[in-house]
Design a protein around this ligand. Structure first.
Ligand code: ADP
Ligand code: MG
Length: 273
């Protein structure tokens, strides 16, 4: 079942083309990675799907409805969730309280710490924490947790809104390799078991190629390759511009060779991020 269709998305900032005719689909249960050099347009693409940015042209269709132009909150309520860092204000609260607060927020209940902290939505809270392997830490303050565990709680908070599609911008940033693998395994299992679609960005290519079902390669706002890890790994352009970790000039050269200067729009592309 197709969850998301991004079609012909364009976005410019002044003279900088951040997204150029970006189009792809996400099916339920799929784990899709968006990769590309810094400034390639990964966050811009996420933000056009989440509603933080409105595309100049193009449409985002989610669950059969066009959501382009809706507010981030309206899009979130329809089922596109995203992970956010636990706000500094809430690190002294317990793991369970943070998840309870997210559940209450999604369900339109006001948060009253003094009356209800230990009882409200207790069962749902524990179920979410168990789903991310943090049930045993329910009563601990966030401030005491290891970094990788905080990231799991952030995932539980995102899941509190029962998303059908989850956007994760660099979910494993700052993690040690073992933590990263654990996190990616967890996300993979969630996608398979609950049929949530997941769109994520990730710098570590080992993690991308090990866990993604499909990979989209963005360069200068344009999808230059997409497919299974095997297809993308053997794509000559990807090999040259990305996996080889070449510099900007080499990217320009390879793009010119492979897709042509006109398609790159280099004359109007600014200095990157
Ligand atoms: P990525 O996430 O792949 O690193 P971004 O989507 O953040 O890339 O950025 C794509 C391009 O758009 C970059 O050149 C960046 O400088 C530019 N850009 C992104 N957001 C803005 C903005 N709000 N205003 C101006 N330029 C922006
Ligand atoms: Mg980014």
């Amino acid at each position: 079942m197709t969850l998301l269709v991004a079609d012909g998305l364009n976005k410019s900032f002044g003279g900088v083309i951040a997204a150029k005719n970006v189009g792809f689909q996400v099916a339920a249960g799929e784990l899709i990675a968006i990769i590309g050099p810094n400034g390639a347009g990964k966050s811009t693409t996420f933000n056009m799907i989440g509603g933080q940015l409105v595309p100049d042209t193009g449409t985002v269709t989610f669950d059969g409805t066009v959501v382009t132009g809706l507010t981030p909150r309206a899009i979130w309520r329809r089922g596109i969730g995203r992970t956010f860092q636990v706000a500094q204000t809430f690190v002294s609260m317990t793991v369970a309280e943070n998840v309870q607060m997210a559940l209450q927020s999604f369900n339109g209940e006001s948060w009253q710490l003094w009356t209800t902290a230990h009882t409200l939505r207790h069962g749902e809270t524990l179920a979410l924490l168990n789903a991310v392997g943090m049930g045993d830490a329910a009563g601990r303050p966030i401030s005491e947790l290891a970094y990788g565990d905080v990231k799991r709680v952030e995932l539980a908070i995102a899941l509190a809104s029962a998303p059908k599609l989850l956007l994760m911008d660099e979910p494993t940033a700052g993690m040690a390799p073992a933590e990263r693998d654990q996190m990616m395994r967890l996300v993979q299992r969630l996608a398979q078991e609950t049929q949530i679609g997941v769109l994520f960005t990730e710098h570590d290519m080992d993690a991308v190629f090990a866990y993604a079902n499909r990979i989209l390669v963005l360069v200068r706002g344009e999808i230059v390759a997409q497919g299974t890890p095997e297809q993308v790994r053997s794509d000559p352009l990807v090999k040259r511009v990305y996996l080889g970790e070449l510099g900007t000039e080499a990217i320009d050269e390879a793009m010119r060779d492979t897709v042509g200067r006109d398609r790159v729009g280099r004359d109007t592309v600014g200095g990157g991020s």
